[in-house]
Design a protein around this ligand. Structure first.
Ligand code: UD1
Ligand code: CA
Length: 465
């Protein structure tokens, strides 16, 4: 947990997530788009939570039926008409009635905001007894942002939107990030006085700052330590930018914690993934969801693990795994596909072009080449020869295969489930096993080889003839 954690305990937060996000050109609402597998609005809520904020109100509107489930742990408030940012905050008045303290306003489309910065905004407002502290950033190209107009005392006098700015005002490079901490009372009293006499005919939240200032309250600006935190996602290009920034931030944390990343630029690790020290991740690898990896394991290259648990000392090479479990010392790939319920126990192997679904491969057992194993329970010390498969599906239902400890399955065996192969049994290569094989027995199920003496020589002579 980071330094800023709990820095804003006691504050409330309003997350603005009602906008349409037209420039995304999407059937989905903008804030539902994901950065490293987590929706934009969820990143913002998580940052507020990490800052210690318990009371979070989310303003929803456009396609709210898709947004509300993403923020089910917050109080959703509907903004019926999107009349501007002041209108969006004003619809939260009832939800926060009687609340007296700091209210942080966050944009639901800015996933990079951190708990530290939220904590710093709250601290700056409370320590300075300000009506509002706005987070600002200096932009080489400030076009489109609200500009910060500072007074002679360094405080903020007002914020001017791009469309309302004179050329002199537009030349200011200090910009409004859209993140604020307000005193609750000053916020809701100020909102009541906001009009829409401006270039866009909208109710601007930024007008509350000027209203507070004119009422004699202090309004301050806090410069963002890292302007990247304020990146808003309005387009697919900005979504890609946010993905890359978040990737770098998360990778930086793993590097600092003792994880080797051969090529951080092609290593994509989700926010909930846990990697032990001395894990090595090779290029072109995605680790997503609730994936965890134990120490000394080597993952990649060209690997995607989702909700997969990897123990210590494993090697996972060019593999796709979803909801799979690899115990210590297990190996997968190159080119294994481990599907939900695949469990490789200690030292087990799923080798090249091997697919495993809903099956346990016992300790030290090997499935080295070109196999499909589904709905199977494989004991320890089993060897499954190249090209062997479980025929687990009869077109209607799935059936189980059980292979006992120490069994040896010859290459190219078909095991037609339901079927079991006893401990230490041997199955002859090329068998189609439809009945159980007893422990210690040899199971053979293939047609016998015959020989026609001299046939080949005659055949060749005839074709030359
Ligand atoms: C706003 C600020 C601007 C700042 C910029 C930073 C105002 C008037 N301007 O401008 O100073 O530089 O953000 O990105 O506030 N929203 C609603 N309901 C509405 C309108 C907006 O929920 O009726 C939400 C949007 O979905 C978005 C956020 O509020 O998440 C900001 O709204 P947007 O229209 O993008 O404001 P900007 O014009 O970018
Ligand atoms: Ca915006």
């Amino acid at each position: 947990m980071s330094e800023g954690a709990k820095g804003a305990a006691g504050a409330a937060a309003i997350v603005l997530a009602a906008g349409a996000g037209t420039r995304m050109k999407s059937k989905r609402p903008k804030v539902a788009h994901e950065v490293l597998g987590r929706p934009l609005v969820r990143w913002v809520v998580e940052a507020a939570r990490e800052a210690g904020i318990e009371r979070v109100v989310t303003v929803v509107g456009h396609l709210r039926e898709q947004v509300e489930p993403l923020v089910a742990d917050t109080q959703a408030v509907v903004q019926p008409d999107r009349n501007g940012t002041a209108d969006a905050v004003a619809v939260c008045a009832d939800a926060l009635a009687g609340f007296d303290g700091s209210v942080v306003v966050l944009s639901g489309d800015c996933p990079l905001i951190t708990a530290e910065t939220i904590g710093a905004l709250v601290a700056a407002r409370e320590e300075g007894d300000c009506a509002c502290v706005v987070l600002t950033m200096d932009m080489a190209d400030p076009f489109g942002y609200g500009r910060i107009m500072r007074g002679a005392d360094g405080g903020v006098e007002r914020i001017v939107e791009q469309k309302d700015a004179t050329p002199e005002e537009a030349a200011v490079t200090e910009c409004n990030s859209g993140f604020y901490c307000f005193d609750a009372k000053a916020l809701f009293e100020g909102l009541a006085q906001v009009g829409n006499d401006n270039a866009q005919g909208e109710f601007y939240l930024t007008d509350v700052l000027e209203i507070c200032r004119r009422a004699g309250r202090k309004v301050a600006a806090l410069r963002a330590a890292d302007p990247a935190e304020c990146l808003g996602v309005n387009s697919r290009a900005q979504l890609a930018q946010a993905q890359a920034l978040m990737r770098d931030r998360i990778n930086g944390r793993h590097l600092a914690a003792g994880v080797t990343l051969y090529d951080p630029a092609t290593t994509w690790i989700g926010p909930d993934v846990q990697l032990a020290a001395d894990v090595a991740v090779l290029p072109n690898t995605m680790l997503m969801g609730a994936t965890t990896v134990g120490e000394d394991s080597v993952i990649g290259p060209n690997t995607r693990l989702t909700d997969t648990v990897v123990g210590a000392g494993c090697a996972v090479d060019e593999t796709v795994a979803v909801q799979a479990v690899l115990d210590d010392g297990a190996t997968a790939g190159p080119r294994a596909y481990l599907r939900p319920g695949a469990h490789l126990m200690a030292g087990a192997k799923a080798g090249t072009h091997v697919e495993i679904k809903k099956s346990t491969i016992g300790p030290g057992s090997k499935v080295p080449h070109l196999s499909y194993i589904g709905d199977a329970t494989v004991g320890s010390g089993v060897n499954i020869g190249a090209g062997s498969i479980t025929c687990n599906y009869d077109g209607q239902a799935k059936h189980a295969t059980v292979i006992g400890d120490g069994a040896f399955i010859g290459s190219d065996t078909m095991m037609v489930a339901p079927v079991s192969i006893g401990e230490r049994a041997v199955v002859a290569a090329g068998s189609c096993i439809t009945r159980d094989v007893s422990p210690d027995a040899l199971g053979v199920a293939r047609s016998r080889q015959t020989e026609v003496e001299g046939w080949a020589a005659k055949h060749q002579a005839a074709s030359k003839g």
